[in-house]
Design a binder for this molecule. Structure first.
Ligand code: BGP
Length: 463
């Protein structure tokens, strides 16, 4: 076989609790910020579809796990919903949630599918957001308690844990660019939030390691390789390096090295944006780094020195230090406005190999969102998503090349298993191996890519 992967390479997909479970007002669940935001401002959500209309996994997980098996999954990455397990974020544990997650995990294991479990996927319990969310140290401690409870309840069977999914996104969305709740523009708060997410992660890692469970813990980061417009222009290179500091190294460095990037820290200091911190917190972060890294890769950043005079805020923002550059050779996803640059996944892996001790890592998300995918349904009712097969295969070729060159990558999770609800985009961009027909009570139909993936997984590679 031309592209053979190492024995034991994990094949699967990724999703999250809030995007799949549904039953947001049932079985004892508390509101998360998404449930609240939707109730307050449904018009912000595509087609006014909210988190109740996720793919109903809460009631259909057995059927779904059977479909995962049919599509070659040996692993499935999802998350526990904090507001389901502990409705107020702190205090009483919801017994119905414990029963649900126990059964879900057991069903995955009984079908030979390894659960990769994440603790936080953008879904702050509302009552904790009312205490300041990630702006507050009290919430950091509440998160550490929540993490401990998850490890105690499920740590005997879940062997791969992650503290956060894409922690930069709540910073960008909630505090810079207004696509997450609380939707403010405040860079000083953004920095505090980012710092607290890292602190919370380190606390959870410490607890996990002290429990001596037989497993590993890490973080999932959306890495966006930052390419300068002109590699020979020092100002473009500087701008790209700074974008990398803001959006990648801000979390990669503390997660793996236990320290924050010096260039970022000195800039934040100059701006008087440093967060409130203590020396003992910095020590805690230093000594509680991750065992494994999840890499979400969709598209790179292309950066040039700041030329525009446009300002998003009267106070300094990351965008004041660079401009986005439209690379003339870029290839776009024709069904959704994102660049497709397959080599970026390789560059992420090489970066971890060369600059981050070649820590074991997983591709924890990579995928192709398509608007209006129904147009590809064939006469048998199956979506012929050849574009997705091409997309995944092209990225896997680069993962394979990285493996040949010594990268420590151990698995691939496509985003996503079944078409799912995605924040304010709701069901606009379909990503799944399995179609979900909302008009037909969430009827599931495997797409062509799902059958293709089964072969790849069974053969542990492709020609
Ligand atoms: C990632 C998130 C996922 C999912 C995906 C697709 O950044 O981790 O939760 O939302 O992006 O996003 P979208 O639906 O906006 O295309």
């Amino acid at each position: 076989m031309k592209y053979e992967f190492p024995a034991g390479f994990w094949w699967g997909s990724a999703a999250s609790g809030p995007q799949t479970e549904g039953t947001v007002a049932g079985d004892g669940k508390g509101d998360s910020i998404w449930d609240h935001w939707y109730k307050q401002n449904p018009e912000l959500f595509f087609n006014q579809v909210g988190p109740e209309d996720t793919s109903y996994v809460y009631n259909r997980y057995k059927e779904d796990i059977a479909l995962m098996k049919k599509t070659g999954h040996t692993t499935y990455r999802t998350s526990i919903q904090w507001s389901r397990l502990i409705p107020d974020g702190i205090g009483a544990v919801n017994p119905e949630a414990v029963a649900f997650y126990n059964s879900y995990i057991d069903e995955l294991l009984a079908n030979g599918i390894e659960p990769f479990m994440n603790l936080y996927h953008f879904d702050m319990p509302l009552s904790l957001q009312q205490k300041g969310g990630w702006e507050s140290k009290e919430v950091v401690d509440a998160y550490a308690d929540y993490a401990r409870i998850c490890f105690e309840l499920f740590g005997d069977r879940v062997k791969k844990w992650f503290t956060h999914n894409e922690p930069i996104v709540p910073v960008e969305g909630g505090y810079l660019y207004q696509f997450h709740y609380p939707s403010v523009v405040d860079m000083k708060k953004a920095v505090q939030v980012a710092y607290h997410e890292t602190l919370a992660s380190a606390k959870a890692i410490k607890i996990y390691h002290e429990m001596n469970l037989d497993g590993q813990i890490g973080i999932i980061l959306n890495l966006t390789p930052s390419y300068p417009r002109n590699e020979n222009d020092p100002e473009d290179v500087k701008a790209a390096r700074l974008a990398d500091a803001f959006f990648n190294r801000s979390f990669l460095d503390p997660a793996i090295k236990g320290t924050f990037p010096e260039d970022l820290v000195s800039l934040l200091k100059e701006l008087d944006y440093l967060p409130e911190y203590t020396q003992s917190e910095l020590e805690l972060i230093k000594h509680n780094t991750i065992d494994i890294l999840g890499i979400n890769y969709y598209q790179p950043r292309r950066i040039m020195k700041k030329e525009s005079t446009e300002r998003l805020s009267d106070k300094p923002m990351p965008d004041d230090y660079f401009d986005n550059y439209i690379w003339p050779e870029r290839k776009m996803n024709p069904y959704r406005g994102w660049e497709i640059y397959e080599k970026g996944i390789y560059d992420c892996l090489i970066n971890v190999r060369d600059n981050y001790g070649n820590l074991p890592c997983y591709i924890s998300e990579n995928g192709m969102g398509v608007e209006g995918e129904e147009r590809f349904i064939n006469a048998d009712g199956m979506i012929e998503d050849d574009y997705r097969i091409e997309f995944v295969q092209a990225h896997l070729k680069y993962v394979h090349q990285a493996l040949q060159e010594g990268c420590n990558v151990k698995g691939y999770h496509m985003w996503t298993c079944m078409d799912n609800w995605s924040w304010t985009n709701a069901y606009k961009n379909r990503y799944g191996f399995i179609a979900v027909d909302l008009a037909e009570e969430g009827k599931r139909t495997i797409k062509k890519s799902g059958y293709w993936f089964k072969e790849v997984s069974d053969n542990n590679g492709f020609d």
